[in-house]
Write a protein that binds this ligand. Structure first.
Ligand code: SPD
Length: 429
């Protein structure tokens, strides 16, 4: 070769979109491609972006292999750069083309460091060679697969370790469970993080206990969504609650959680719980007037099947099916990450429950983008959410060894920072 390296720029067209959206498969294909080409791998680093796309690079001693995918266009762009005569980037190309199931491609080969343009100087590389040889003795190399939850401005990535434990796609969505390095197992729906073992308690304790303690005599509860079981686990800690109905649209969420998240799904077999696998929106439309003390909407962000969980008609029906002193708690999005939905939901609830009857509760959760999240609570009767039996809440916290909720957090979580108060000044009717 009359050059130091070869650089192939490849366009892979008409690839399999599911493969292009699967960070683990892509990372494995790229690592294999590097090995097949004869390269020595230093590390690999791959990121998945919600909702679509994977980007990553395998760093090799002889340069790098990089790939970016656009599943929605069935397209991937690869950058295969190798140095020396012992590595053949075209072998990597063949492997990737097969793995991505690309039907057509175009490729451009560039020679890098043309020897006609370079002049060699005396340079003793002995020390560097020794370092390289030592490194090659190690059979393993660091691999990083990053799962990213993002919008166009903010991204939150968790580093996955080991393989995917669960990965199934229903008629509604893709449900996955990963093992992560910092947060234990992670449940994602369409690549949006639903919960992690490490901080799920923040969410599940705060969606349940403030409303239950404030109401004081809840017996009949409806949960829309919440198929992972964390919310019903918390509700069912309260012995006075007689019946919980959980309406989850997707049985895969329940299955994934029962199989891989025993700490979260531990109450899914409780005899007080009735699980209905059906559309929560239809269920609420057909439910009888004034039948529940508490309705909890434990849904995802407003995309896919969860979109209807943010509509006014849905909440009007919830208001109708709540008893006269009933309470609604709904996943309220983040005032920092999704400001518009947060504000729109608040206006919607105030239109239904009344301006003075809607409260926002804030809590922190490291694995949702921006780390600050809310529940929005509508009160049908005269109850005040900060008026509750503090001694009972304290004993309960201690007895159940809760990880986030306590009577002080209960009071404090309704105290809002100025920027949030401003966002909640109602502007339209
Ligand atoms: N941004 C993610 C919001 C997800 C809320 N639901 C989580 C379900 C946990 N039971």
């Amino acid at each position: 070769m009359e050059a130091l390296g070869r650089h192939i720029l490849v366009e892979f067209f008409l690839c399999d979109p599911n493969t292009l959206n699967d960070v683990e498969t892509i990372e494995t294909a790229m690592v294999e491609a590097a090995e097949i080409s004869g390269a020595t791998i230093i590390n690999s680093d791959f990121h998945h972006f919600s909702p679509y796309g994977v980007s990553g690079v395998v760093v090799i001693e002889e340069s790098h292999l990089a790939l970016h995918t656009w599943p929605e266009y069935q397209y991937a762009a690869a950058d295969l750069f190798t140095c020396g005569d012992d590595v053949n980037p075209w072998l990597a190309f063949d492997h990737l083309k097969a793995k991505l199931q690309s039907k057509t491609h175009s490729a451009l080969e560039l020679h890098r460091g043309s020897l006609h343009l370079l002049k060699r100087i005396p340079f003793n590389a002995e020390n560097y060679r020794k370092i390289a040889e030592d490194r090659m003795k190690h059979k393993t190399f660091p691999r990083s697969i990053w799962i990213t939850d993002k919008d166009e401005n903010i991204a939150l990535s968790l580093r996955a370790s080991g393989g995917t434990l669960y990965d199934k796609t229903s008629d509604f969505q893709r449900v996955r469970v990963y093992q992560s390095y910092g947060f234990g197992k992670v449940l994602t729906i369409d690549n949006i993080i639903m919960c992690t073992e490490k901080d799920e308690a923040h969410y599940h304790e705060m969606i349940a206990h403030p409303a239950i303690f404030s109401h004081g005599k809840i017996e009949n509860v409806l949960v829309i969504g919440g198929g992972d079981g964390g919310t019903v686990r918390e509700i069912l800690r309260h012995p006075e609650i007689k019946k919980v109905t959980m309406v989850e649209i997707d049985e895969l969420v329940v299955e994934a959680s029962k199989l891989h998240l025993p700490q979260i799904s531990s109450a899914l077999d409780n005899p007080k719980l009735e699980i209905k696998i059906e559309d929560g929106i239809k269920f609420v439309h057909n439910a009888a007037d004034e039948s529940y003390d508490l309705v909890i909407v434990d849904g995802s962000d407003p995309v896919g099947p969860a979109e209807g969980l943010f509509s006014e008609s849905f909440y009007r029906h919830i208001y109708r099916i709540l008893k006269n002193d009933g309470i609604l708690v709904t996943q309220g999005e983040s005032p920092m990450f999704n400001e518009n939905v947060f504000q729109e939901l608040n206006v919607c609830l105030k239109n239904i429950f009344g301006d003075e009857k809607v409260e926002v509760l804030l809590f922190n959760i490291a694995t949702y983008p921006s780390g600050i999240w809310s529940f929005q609570i509508g009160v049908k009767g005269e109850k005040k959410l900060t008026d509750f039996d503090e001694e009972k809440a304290r004993k309960f916290t201690e007895e159940h060894q809760l990880r986030y909720y306590n009577e002080e957090i209960h009071r404090a979580s309704f105290v809002l920072p100025n920027y949030v108060q401003k966002m909640l000044l109602k502007t339209d009717d």
